[in-house]
Design a protein around this ligand. Structure first.
Ligand SMILES: [Zn+2]
Ligand SMILES: [Zn+2]
Ligand SMILES: [Zn+2]
Ligand SMILES: [Zn+2]
Length: 294
């Protein structure tokens, strides 16, 4: 763990009242100064909200540390929230300095992320880390990895067909039973399209976005067009593509994820575009299943 030693006192040891100098922080500093650099990271969490501490940090006379936000919202700042000691809270500059100099690896280090960051930045980084894992949806396969590695796995180990796409640019997909992987040049995120051919009822195209940050900021919509060779009838549909990490395998189809079109359709035109955040709540066109003309 990237721990830079700066010495624990820096020549400016602060004398405290009483003989109980911050037992918890003292323990933290001893661990930090150790040669293996290990530390119980929970010790760096606010004792009230349990979120990672970031400067400014406040402590009671005994050494219970809290974050600035909790300090601000305490109705009574004269007594420690934990031990009720009087005297209020003061800044804990020593721990602030440690936190500023202490770097931890990304929680996705095992998936190839080499980023290191301050402890309180871990969560923010994790929400957009390109190495965050998704799962292989093949039954019995336990592969997990970044979308780039998952793409290589799906096409290499499972021989899934893939296609590189550009956002907002129309492309054609041949209608063939099975799953195709669509990916942009950077491979983040992936899209799966599963065709299910059920003549004479029609063919279904089911779209999913494979995104390790499935609940986060990026959302996509799909514009899909088809024309029936037999009747010449054209159909187009816009829908938001559901995002998943595939941690529970391939989810079942839902109305709104898929489009039904006539069995005689041999190809569909597709374009995928990112939805601007300000439009997240705007409803897309309702799903209208195609009913084959008789
Ligand atoms: Zn807090
Ligand atoms: Zn206390
Ligand atoms: Zn990372
Ligand atoms: Zn697999």
């Amino acid at each position: 763990m990237g721990v830079k030693e700066r010495g624990t006192g820096g020549g400016k040891k602060r004398k405290r009242k009483g003989d109980h100098p911050l037992p918890k922080q003292h323990e933290q500093m001893k661990k930090l100064a150790g040669t293996n650099g290990s530390i119980d990271l929970e010790l760096l969490d606010c004792t009230i909200c349990m979120n990672p501490l970031r400067p400014p940090i406040f402590q009671c006379a005994v050494g219970h540390v809290i974050c600035a936000s909790c300090h601000d919202s305490l109705p009574n700042k004269d007594n420690c929230h934990t031990c009720k000691t009087t005297g209020g809270y003061n800044r804990c500059v020593a721990l602030e300095k440690i936190l500023e100099s202490f770097c931890v690896p990304c929680s996705n280090a095992e998936y190839g992320c080499a980023a290191k960051m301050r402890y309180h930045e871990v969560e923010k980084h994790g929400k957009s880390c390109l190495h965050a894992p998704c799962s292989c949806p093949e039954t019995g396969c336990g592969f997990t990895g970044s979308t780039v590695k998952l793409l290589a796995h799906l096409t290499g180990d499972h021989k899934w067909r893939s296609k590189e796409i550009k956002y907002n640019v129309k492309f054609t997909l041949q209608v063939q039973e099975g799953i195709r992987v669509l990916h942009s040049r950077d491979g983040v995120p992936l899209f799966l399209v599963k065709f299910t051919l059920s003549p004479p009822l029609g063919n279904v195209a089911f779209f999913l976005c494979v995104d390790p940050h499935a609940t986060a900021k990026r959302k996509f919509k799909c514009h899909l067009g088809s024309s029936c060779l037999a009747t010449g009838r054209q159909q187009s549909l816009d829908f938001q593509v559901r995002s998943t990490t595939l941690s529970d395998g391939l989810p079942p189809m839902e109305d709104g994820d898929c489009s039904l079109f006539p069995s005689s359709t041999s190809s569909i035109s597709v374009s995928i575009m990112e939805i601007e955040q300000k439009h997240f709540r705007q409803s897309l066109l309702p799903y209208v299943p195609y009913v084959a003309a008789r």
